[in-house]
Design a binder for this molecule. Structure first.
Ligand code: ATP
Ligand code: MG
Ligand code: MG
Length: 552
């Protein structure tokens, strides 16, 4: 039922093919840095890049952009591959790494030096900043800028051999210190890092910059369309400069699109890491995190994320998407596909005084209101059942369509009952409610014509199974967490997690597998937790309530 949003990149490539400006395969890549888990913003880039390859019958590479060894680790490499697969995509051939090309990139650096297009600079970082100027002041040439190629080759060899400390030297492209575009003011292409690398170990102590590595890696891989977010628009002249000045095997073209920003959340690895470091959440895959691992654990389906990305479309401008759209996508999916069941979160005991003490009746209910393929379920009905505490009142006005003393209500998929007495403890709290049931009301109205006003859910007290239910909500209560001078931690939603550990569920639900999704009737959509749920020890996470509770 989801709509297709406009996708200007798809249209652009279709036109290129039609005009004959693009011939041959469309090759894209998704290039994450393995310095954290992927988040919902990355899903947009994944769906775009892999989606284009699918659409045009081309290929999409997965390339780890691994030029910052200190921030990267194997655990992130593993999680990223798992998440891309989970979303339903597969990359072309093997997993690639920018570090696979370190030798070639080094050769390219030598090529620039030999042509007088790069030099080793030994300004301190503070001096370099001063020499750089700013947007309305042209920069000044470094005194090292006029070194001969021979001097530069020797100095670069010293950099590679580890004879400089970090920050003492860098290799810079020789472009234009007065360029209006700051990215062209002799950008750094190699810097010194005495750090072990997860792929290349201690082989290198110099690492290429993003700008130098990215386009050349695209070219080496035969990428035709290098698609990135808008903040790289000003880097495109540099991307093209390298491609023009190097003997690269192909000429990829960079195209920028607007990144996905979602309200009520943050999508920046740095901010997500802070939430973990400050124990706001339980880790990268906490079900409240906008990471793909968190969203998966929360119970979202891959199809719902793909539909969401298709619906929001791809534009050349940044925008903020309403979190409700993401929630809508999963609700839409689960409304059609999730079987129904009953769960009582906070139970109140009902004793049906005219129901025989040891009888158990197996009532039958549909697995889904309009999906016969989801079969039927059996609901044991017994003398003692549980309903939600909030579904009973001693007295209430006409708007309250649940159980009231002296009045009737229908038990969902079962009989009509009437409340006759309440039993209270010494503190005056209601501990149980006595009711009578009408045995002729299974699928029928009472014979006396007095219809119940509402329908409530219930579970057999003796045959239902205990479960833990974690009711998750949005992590932030503010639409734009941390906007302006605010600290995002002041914008947290204090009710992002409510744990109910005394819930009772239909007996069959106790044995479902992790990641089983279900609608608890009248409450919301839930998933058996991927890690903490085990058959016999049920733990469910709320994915979304049945309706948008945040709508203004
Ligand atoms: P962060 O700012 O969270 O650290 P990043 O852009 O540094 O993100 P990368 O691992 O470099 O993260 O991203 C891999 C790819 O995903 C890049 O092509 C990047 O442009 C894209 N991407 C990252 N965030 C978003 C987003 N919010 N919307 C769309 N694409 C994104
Ligand atoms: Mg990046
Ligand atoms: Mg980043």
């Amino acid at each position: 039922t989801s709509k297709s949003g406009n996708n200007f990149v798809r249209n652009m490539i279709a036109e290129q093919i039609e005009r004959g400006d693009h011939v041959g395969e469309v090759v894209t890549r998704f290039p994450p840095e393995p310095n954290g888990f992927l988040h919902i913003g990355h899903a947009k880039s994944i769906c775009l890049n892999f989606g284009l390859a699918e659409h045009f019958g081309g290929r999409c590479r997965l390339r780890f952009d691994d030029t910052n060894p200190e921030k990267e680790e194997q655990a992130f490499i593993d999680s990223i591959q798992e998440d891309v697969h989970w979303l339903g995509f597969d990359w072309d051939g093997h997993v690639r790494f920018t570090s696979d090309y370190f030798d070639t990139l080094y050769e390219y650096a030598l090529h620039l030096i030999e042509n007088g297009d790069a030099y080793v600079d030994e300004l301190t970082s503070e001096q370099a900043r001063e020499y750089r100027g700013d947007w309305n002041t042209p920069g000044t040439n470094s005194p090292y800028r006029d070194r001969t190629p021979e001097e530069n080759l020797a100095a670069f060899e010293k950099m590679r051999a580890g004879e400089f400390g970090e920050g003492q030297a860098s290799l810079r492209a020789k472009i234009d210190m007065a360029a209006g575009n700051m990215n062209l003011r002799d950008p750094v292409i190699y810097r010194i890092r005495h750090a072990s690398h997860h792929q290349t170990g201690d082989q290198w102590c110099i690492y290429p910059s993003y700008d130098f590595a990215h386009g050349q890696s695209d070219a080496i891989e035969g990428v035709t369309h290098s698609i990135c977010t808008l903040e790289f628009e000003d880097h495109r002249p540099l991307y093209d400069w390298f491609i023009e000045h190097l003997p690269v095997p192909a000429r990829p073209v960079q195209t920028e699109f607007g990144r996905l920003n979602l309200n009520y959340t943050v999508t920046s690895k740095r901010k997500l890491k802070r939430l973990i470091d400050e124990n706001v959440v339980d880790g990268w895959d906490d079900p409240r995190m906008p990471t793909l691992a968190g969203i998966r654990r929360r119970g979202y389906t891959p199809a719902s994320i793909r539909n969401f990305c298709e619906t929001i479309g791809v534009a050349r401008t940044d925008g903020v998407v309403d979190a409700a759209m993401l929630e809508h996508a999963i609700r839409d999916d689960l409304n059609n596909n999730a079987p129904r069941a009953m769960c009582v979160l906070d139970g109140l005991k009902i004793v049906i005084t005219n129901y025989p003490e040891d009888d158990v009746e197996q009532l039958v209910a549909a697995g889904h209101p309009n999906r016969d393929d989801l079969g039927e379920r059996t609901l044991p009905f017994t003398r003692e059942i549980l309903i939600e505490k909030e579904d009973f009142r001693e007295e209430a006005n006409k708007k309250y369509k649940r159980l009231v003393l002296g009045k009737r209500v229908r038990l969902r998929n079962a009989y009509v009952i009437e409340a006759t007495d309440v039993v209270k403890n010494d503190a005056g709290e209601i501990v149980e409610v006595h009711c009578t049931y009408d045995p002729d009301t299974l699928g029928d109205n009472p014979a006396d014509g007095i219809k119940p006003k509402g329908v409530i859910h219930w579970v057999s007290a003796s045959h239902g199974k205990k479960a833990t239910v974690r009711q998750y909500d949005r992590l932030f209560a503010a639409e734009h967490p941390g906007r302006g001078d605010r600290d995002m931690l002041d914008d947290l939603n204090p009710d992002s997690l409510t744990v109910y550990d005394n819930c009772v569920i239909e007996p069959d639900l106790a044995t479902v597998e992790p990641e089983y999704r279900v609608q608890f009737e009248r409450i919301g959509y839930f998933v058996a937790d991927r890690h903490d749920h085990a058959p016999g020890k049920p733990v469910f996470n709320r994915i979304v309530p049945l309706r948008d509770t945040w709508a203004k």
